[in-house]
Design a protein around this ligand. Structure first.
Ligand SMILES: Cc1cc2nc3c(=O)[nH]c(=O)nc-3n(C[C@H](O)[C@H](O)[C@H](O)COP(=O)(O)OP(=O)(O)OC[C@H]3O[C@@H](n4cnc5c(N)ncnc54)[C@H](O)[C@@H]3O)c2cc1C
Ligand SMILES: NC(=O)c1ccc[n+]([C@@H]2O[C@H](COP(=O)([O-])OP(=O)(O)OC[C@H]3O[C@@H](n4cnc5c(N)ncnc54)[C@H](OP(=O)(O)O)[C@@H]3O)[C@@H](O)[C@H]2O)c1
Length: 452
């Protein structure tokens, strides 16, 4: 028997498990996919926006892997300082692949970041996704204007979620308190602010265009900021996505106002300098330095300061990896050093330890990018296995329990799914996320599949 542990059940963990199965078709291979949460799928469940059900449906593909008879899902098993130690895990399995993602937000490092009303997009996303560790967001009644800092796809997600109507959100799986808060929200202006020009925005065009399809929102683009982009004047030097983004933004800049109640305003060439205090410890505005494009995607400060009023600020400037106790870590890049997925300790390969996904490559790339990444790591694992010491023959489950873990296995996850569907039925909605640990674990303990 060859037993491999994959830590993390997000796309990279599941794609790695799939590649291991594909490349090692023998029945003697067993893959345990561990996750600190009782629910699988990582950011596909807790990151992909709730109004993107088509992308969420990728869970069905990941599910097929986790239901393979050679794979076992073990949720509610944290690995690291607060759970099963890395050394212990290494002793229990022939190889361990860490696919733990990049869970933390990058900081802006400017004054006022800690004011009330200033949120990382990471926390905001976790909140609307019903992550059981998410802080509770409140949107006080005076919150009429929001600034989203950053020009990536996560910034688009959070701006869109703020601008959706209650009716649009009802058809998603957002937890009831989230639906209530967003439905009652007084936010009418959402400013989506990039520090460089429109040509440098990291939005993908499909997601950018989607802003124009919301029920009650209109997109307002400042033609002067588009015209100020020297790179936009030379479209041949740009990639296809940037050219399409510019076309979408230009169409909005040229369009007459539609008189919609909500506005999303993509803004450019504004570098955040400070979040301003309203005198009571809450944010009232963001101060920016206006930048100017100098070609090649670079900008320089102009000395002009611009303030945008905001009672809510969502800082969406990227994610970063977190060091896992017992694993080497490159704090600069927020990744585990590796060679083709093999963990490097002090430059040398650490036998039997591997990485895949965002903790290997850094926090960029779509779900599909994790497939070749997992495949590369799986290839390294299987090439090394013959030379690695054999793992103990015993099933590691008892040892994991002895190490303090209380795993939620696949039937437990099915119990959670059934409970979420049942909760949705009581609210005349589709499945609705359960967002707290006790209820999740209670549901996981009910393995009757929702039957009385
Ligand atoms: C907000 C957001 C929205 C996105 N939307 C899209 C989209 O619409 N389409 C798209 O293609 N891509 C999207 N992406 C990108 C996509 O989600 C990532 O490419 C992908 O999730 C990265 O996979 P991963 O497995 O490396 O990490 P993750 O998906 O983060 O999975 C990591 C898993 O490891 C577990 N874990 C972490 N630490 C431990 C530990 N110590 N012990 C045990 N388990 C642990 C976590 O609970 C989690 O389940 C989005 C990303 C974000 C941030
Ligand atoms: N629907 C989808 O397919 C989808 C949805 C969500 C996420 N994703 C993917 O998930 C990954 C992560 O997305 P992301 O949006 O978090 O990251 P991202 O694409 O890296 O975008 C981060 C943004 O933050 C800006 N930024 C960084 N530091 C800043 C600072 N100090 N001040 C101001 N702005 C700053 C960056 O500007 P600069 O360019 O100037 O550095 C960039 O605009 C991406 O690969 C994304 O495509 C995909």
């Amino acid at each position: 028997m060859v037993r491999i542990a994959v830590v993390g059940s997000g796309p990279s963990g599941v794609y790695t498990a799939q590649a291991l199965l594909d490349q090692h078709p023998g029945a003697e291979l067993r893959v345990d996919v561990l996750d600190r949460l009782p629910c699988p799928y990582g950011l596909v469940r807790y990151g992909v926006a709730p109004d993107h059900q088509k992308i969420k449906s990728l869970q069905a593909t990941l599910r097929r892997v986790l239901e393979d008879p050679r794979v076992r899902f073990l949720g509610n098993v944290p690995v690291g300082a607060d759970g099963v130690r890395a050394e212990r895990l290494r002793a229990l399995y022939g190889a361990v692949v860490y696919c733990v993602g990049a869970a933390r937000d990058r900081r802006l490092g400017i004054p006022g970041e800690e004011l009330a009303g200033s949120w990382s997009a990471t926390d905001f996303v976790s909140w609307y996704s019903g992550h059981p560790d998410a802080p509770r967001l409140e949107l006080p009644g005076h919150t009429r204007s929001a600034v989203v800092i950053g020009a990536g796809n996560v910034a688009l997600d959070v701006a869109r979620m703020l601008a959706r109507t209650a009716a649009e959100l009802r058809s998603t799986d957002v937890p009831p308190p989230v639906l209530a808060a967003l439905a009652d929200s007084a936010v009418r202006s959402v400013h989506l602010v990039g520090r460089r020009g429109p040509s440098q925005a990291r939005f993908t065009t499909k997601e950018l265009r989607e802003l124009g399809t919301l029920a009650e929102a209109e997109v307002v683009v400042d033609a002067a900021e588009l015209a100020a982009d020297p790179d936009g004047a030379e479209p041949a030097s740009l990639g296809a996505n940037a050219r399409r983004n510019l076309a979408a933004l230009s169409a909005w800049a040229d369009a007459p106002p539609r008189g919609r109640a909500r506005r999303i305003a993509p803004r450019f060439f504004l570098r955040p300098v400070e979040l301003l205090d309203d005198g009571a410890g809450a944010v009232r505005a963001v101060r920016f330095e206006r930048t100017a494009g100098i070609g090649g995607g670079r900008v320089t400060d102009t000395g002009e300061q611009v303030e945008i009023e905001a009672q809510l600020v969502l800082r969406s400037v990227g994610y970063q990896g977190v060091a896992l106790d017992g694993l080497p870590f490159d704090p600069e890049r927020g990744v585990v050093p590796h060679a083709a997925g093999r963990v490097l300790r002090g430059g040398d390969v650490a036998p039997g330890e591997y990485v895949a996904g965002w903790i290997k490559r850094g926090p960029t790339g779509v779900i599909g990018s994790n497939r070749p990444c997992g495949k590369e790591t799986a290839t390294s694992v299987l090439a090394d296995l013959p030379a690695l010491p054999a793992a103990p023959a015993a099933d590691p489950l008892a040892a994991l329990r002895a190490a303090g873990a209380d795993p939620v296995e696949w039937p437990g996850w099915l119990g959670i799914e059934a409970a979420e569907a049942a909760l949705g039925r009581t609210l005349s909605r589709g499945p609705v996320k359960i967002a707290d640990w006790p209820t999740l674990l209670r549901a996981a303990g009910d393995t009757t599949g929702g039957r009385p």
